[in-house]
Design a protein around this ligand. Structure first.
Ligand SMILES: NC(=O)c1ccc[n+]([C@@H]2O[C@H](COP(=O)([O-])OP(=O)(O)OC[C@H]3O[C@@H](n4cnc5c(N)ncnc54)[C@H](OP(=O)(O)O)[C@@H]3O)[C@@H](O)[C@H]2O)c1
Length: 320
């Protein structure tokens, strides 16, 4: 098969388009002909500095496609089914082998490209807001990096749960594109101080919940934006900074800093079934998947460079 591989960590130019051995189907797994690769925030971070499990390495958490082989112990998938898949690596390729527990059914008529975006972004956003963030109707949420894959999902899910939604991004153009997903107030962090803006928009009360996938100095702002009993769901390090933060403002306000890692939950029944529910809701038109742009798999380097230019709002896909 063809795959986008790299031999060393680095900027997007390390990605090469080469022949790579076909993966094998395991007894508890399925083999998928990939139709769309969703480039996740974690993929760019892993390319930049993550471990190379093989050399060359095929990076990537997420891809959707058609089942072409089913392991002898698998009963819930058949050849021809359309699936969205997730895994630790291996998405940037024409074929993908995953455990059946890392694949979700794509309902008839729902675009596989859209489904390929969903498990990690929507599953994570939903966990940040509800399972760990305990969001209630009437509360106010701040989504850091609202134009990210996790951010676009979090804005929609928070809005439909009855929250007022604030989000940050690096430009007014990016914020403008988020309004149709339910964004009430956008904060351009390049031109405005986020904490000051949050306090202005909330009559100095602060927000009840922050979804923070950026970390570092952004996380510090998230903590300082909290209302009394406010919670931060800390879920990523897209800002590529250290995570040293001052937590001294938490105790006096009965505030909580909560880490969230979908990877530790995804194989359990709760998270697995939750992701299938979210895919079904998108297929029924109740959630929207935002695909910014597609590139051929052979142009993975250009796709990663485009994401790092900070122009993408929502997901960028690779098409084998
Ligand atoms: N813990 C978990 O279970 C879990 C699950 C999913 C994702 N994550 C993590 O969450 C983070 C976001 O994932 P994602 O898929 O939503 O990412 P994404 O779609 O690639 O978006 C990342 C966003 O971060 C913002 N950003 C801020 N500083 C940045 C920097 N120095 N370089 C690049 N972007 C920067 C950018 O928006 P602006 O330009 O508007 O600032 C960008 O749109 C990643 O760290 C990922 O590993 C964790």
């Amino acid at each position: 098969m063809k795959a986008a591989v790299y031999y060393e960590n680095g900027d997007p130019s390390v990605l090469k388009y080469e022949d790579f051995p076909d993966p094998v189907c395991h007894p508890k797994g399925i083999l998928v002909r990939v139709e769309a690769v969703s480039i996740e925030g974690g993929d760019t971070l892993n390319r930049f500095g993550g471990p190379l499990v093989t050399k060359p390495h095929v990076v990537g958490y997420q891809a959707g496609g058609e089942v072409i082989e089913v392991g002898s112990e698998v009963t819930n998938f058949k050849v021809g089914d359309k699936v969205a898949t997730s895994g630790a690596f291996g998405s940037h390729a024409e074929l993908r082998s995953v455990p059946a527990r890392s694949a979700w059914h794509v309902p008839n008529g729902f675009d596989v490209k859209k489904a390929s975006v969903m498990p990690v972004a929507f599953g994570t956003a939903d966990d940040c807001l509800f399972e760990f963030g305990h969001l209630k109707a009437g509360e106010t949420v701040l989504v850091q990096a609202g134009a990210s894959g996790v951010g676009v999902a979090a804005i929609q899910l928070a809005k439909r749960a009855g929250a007022t939604v604030l989000a940050t991004a690096s430009s007014d153009e990016r914020l403008e594109k988020l309004k149709r997903f339910g964004l009430d107030h956008g904060i351009n962090y390049r031109t405005h101080d986020v904490v000051q803006e949050v306090m202005r928009l909330t009559d100095k009360k602060g927000v009840n919940l922050v979804v923070d996938s950026v970390g570092g100095s952004t996380l510090q702002g998230s903590i300082l934006s909290l209302a009394y009993r406010g919670r931060v769901s800390m879920v990523g390090g897209a800002g590529r900074e250290g995570m040293k933060v001052d937590v001294s403002s938490l105790m006096g306000g009965n505030r909580t800093l909560q880490g969230v890692f979908l990877g530790a939950e995804i194989a359990g029944d709760r998270a697995y079934n939750n992701i299938q529910r979210l895919i079904n809701e998108a297929a029924a038109g109740q959630l929207e998947v935002l695909i910014d742009r597609t590139f051929p798999l052979s142009e993975a380097a250009a796709a990663h460079a485009y994401i790092e230019s900070r122009k993408a709002v929502g997901r960028v896909l690779l098409i084998p």
